[in-house]
Every structure is written in structure tokens, then in C-alpha cells.
Ligand binder design. Structure first.
Ligand code: ATP
Ligand code: MG
Length: 139
């Protein structure tokens, strides 16, 4: 398993608000290399599966509805210390708490519609990348 990769999604709110280009620019400017990239849409079923760890939490049903409400951009990213550096780049889950200049600070609207996802561990980055991309789709 790679320890220098993470997985991200540009969530439906940021796509709908026209931030795909700006967010990809921030990601590459921060030194992340794009290994895989896809513009797609989750169904309620696939969104439910992706966020299965949160099943039972009060926000789970709304989160699944939101994540399947419109297209998303999925990507595998590579950089030294990818997991930690990417979570620093995106900022806190709640954009109200996200540090100045972070992606969530700049582009997110609420704790639910928070513009981007970032994996929380090497193990989950691998699982989440495999959820969206075949080996032939990685470069
Ligand atoms: P992500 O996993 O999307 O990168 P995160 O790791 O910062 O975000 P998690 O705790 O994993 O946060 O929550 C997953 C997602 O669920 C959040 O990004 C957000 O969209 C939503 N979420 C988390 N907490 C809440 C909440 N209290 N109310 C509504 N939605 C929430
Ligand atoms: Mg998380």
C-alpha cells in the first residue's frame, strides 16, 4: 500500500458553484500530482456505501442525499505525507472553523456541503481510490 497517496472528491456543492477548476488549481499548486481523475455522479446506493462508516450518525441520511444530488470529481493524489498535508490544505470539516486560505474556507458553505473530501488514513485512501478507479485508470 502506498503511504504517499490520498483520495479526494470535489463534492456536489463545489461542482454546482463552479469551483472545479479553482480547487484543482489549489491542489496542484500545493504540490499534489494527479494519479487518477474522474467526473461522475454517485447514486444513493454508492454514496451510502462510500460513507458506510457514518451509518447510524444523525447526519448520515442527509449526507447520502447530498452526495448523490449532483456530479462530483474523484481523484487520487500523490505527494509526500499526502494524507496529513491534504487535510491541512482542505481545512476543518466545518468551514466556519477552517483556517484562512484553506479550500473549505474559500469554497464551502456548511458542515455538510463542505466542498471536498479528503481521506483520513492510508488504509482508507486505498479503499476509497479502489471504489472509483481501476488499475488502468491510474497514471
Ligand atoms: P470528509 O470525510 O468528507 O473528508 P471529514 O473527515 O472532515 O470529511 P467526517 O467526520 O469524516 O469529516 O464526516 C464526513 C462528512 O460528513 C463531512 O465532510 C460532512 O460532509 C458530513 N458531516 C460531518 N459531520 C456533520 C454534521 N455534524 N452535520 C452534517 N454533516 C456532517
Ligand atoms: Mg472523513
Amino acid at each position: 500500500m502506498s503511504t504517499n497517496r490520498t483520495f479526494t472528491m470535489i463534492k456536489p456543492d463545489a461542482v454546482a458553484n463552479g469551483h472545479i477548476g479553482a480547487i484543482i488549481n489549489d491542489i496542484t499548486a500545493a504540490g499534489f500530482k494527479i494519479i487518477a481523475l474522474k467526473y461522475t455522479k454517485l447514486t444513493e446506493e454508492t454514496a451510502g456505501k462510500f460513507y458506510e462508516v457514518h451509518k447510524g450518525r444523525p447526519f448520515y441520511t442527509d449526507l447520502v442525499t447530498f452526495m448523490s444530488s449532483g456530479p462530483i470529481v474523484a481523484a487520487i493524489l500523490e505527494k509526500d505525507n499526502a494524507i496529513e498535508d491534504f487535510r491541512k490544505l482542505i481545512g476543518a470539516t466545518n468551514p466556519a472553523d477552517a483556517a484562512e486560505g484553506t479550500i473549505r474556507n474559500k469554497y464551502a458553505n456548511s458542515i455538510e456541503a463542505n466542498a471536498v473530501h479528503g481521506s483520513d488514513s492510508d488504509e482508507n485512501a486505498a479503499i476509497e481510490g479502489d471504489f472509483f478507479f481501476t488499475a488502468a485508470e491510474r497514471f
